[in-house]
Design a protein around this ligand. Structure first.
Ligand code: SAM
Length: 276
């Protein structure tokens, strides 16, 4: 898209660092299969959008910036497969996903909201996947394995539905204006296993579990999980939260939800534990 006036100067408050590296743009767009129904978060001036439009089946954009949204609104009026939602993705993501049922989500994410936005995105069970640009440190936290210092809540949540792979690392010069830090693109593809707990419940467990990283897991769940229960779950109660892999967090979540639930769910937990 060429007709963006210079008057619409990049807004720091909206994390506007526009991608100008053609190789990166091509690599990101190429991960999305031809004909896929796609959602792009923050199209900005259209660096990725223009390439996506040539290959996808339908494209819905969510853009908060008033000036940019107006441009895309006009363009959508003349392109059948393009539509625009003018708004804050943090507020409208679930609604838009429900309405448009995307197979894939793409986005060079505004860095200032990437944490809460990712927590919302990782709860969407997409048939295709997601290709998302992050600040490199955040990307490293998300793809970290248990046991590493950078492993945290988002690393667990990402694995509820997805396998995570790093596709690219980009220097500040790949963007205009250049950010102060390097960036990285992550590719999320569905692992296809049926999770044993609900995503919202996993979120609560992880929030509590990582609230005090230096405390043991037994301490973080004191008064809620007994020593016998840690044994039954086969989780080392003396471990710090970063030692627990996704499967352990999911089992723990199942236990916590069954405690407030019916006999049926308690039986579901028992049979899950017998199988695992
Ligand atoms: N996709 C473009 C590119 O790669 O050049 C722009 C990426 S820029 C890093 C982030 C984009 O997200 C901007 O267009 C910005 O206006 C938009 N944005 C920022 N906060 C947003 C929010 N809460 N909801 C929707 N869009 C937002």
């Amino acid at each position: 898209m060429s007709d963006y006036p210079n008057s619409s100067r990049p807004k720091k408050s909206l994390g506007q660092h526009f991608l100008v590296n053609h190789n990166a743009i091509a690599r990101i767009a190429a991960t999305i299969p031809e004909g896929a129904n796609t959602l792009e978060i923050g199209p900005g001036r259209g660096a990725i959008t223009d390439v996506l439009l040539k290959r996808v089946g339908s494209l819905v954009l969510v853009e908060k910036d008033n000036g940019l949204a107006e441009k895309w609104e006009k363009r959508a009026a003349s392109e059948d497969k393009l539509s625009l939602v003018h708004g804050d993705v943090l507020k409208c993501l679930n609604e838009v996903a429900k309405q448009h049922q995307p197979d894939w989500i793409a986005g060079n994410l505004p860095y200032n909201i990437s944490g809460p936005l990712s927590a919302a995105l990782f709860g969407l069970n997409l048939s295709g996947g997601m290709v998302l640009m992050y600040q490199r440190e955040v990307a490293d936290r998300i793809r970290a394995d248990s046991g590493s210092k950078t492993y945290g809540g988002l690393s667990v949540l990402a694995r509820h539905f997805y396998n995570v792979k790093r596709l690219l690392v980009l220097p500040p010069g790949a963007f205009n204006p250049p950010p102060k830090v390097h960036s990285a693109v992550l590719l999320f593809t569905p692992h296809g296993h049926q999770p044993c707990c609900e995503y919202v419940d996993l979120q609560s467990t992880v929030r509590r579990g990582f609230a005090h990283r230096r405390k043991t897991i037994a301490n973080n769940f004191r008064d809620v999980v007994s020593m016998d229960e840690w044994k039954m779950l086969e989780i080392d109660a003396g471990a710090r939260p970063e030692r627990l892999d996704y499967a352990a967090w999911a089992k723990l979540t199942l236990l916590l939800t069954t405690k407030t639930s019916s006999h049926q769910e308690v039986n579901a937990l028992k049979s899950h534990l017998q199988k695992s």
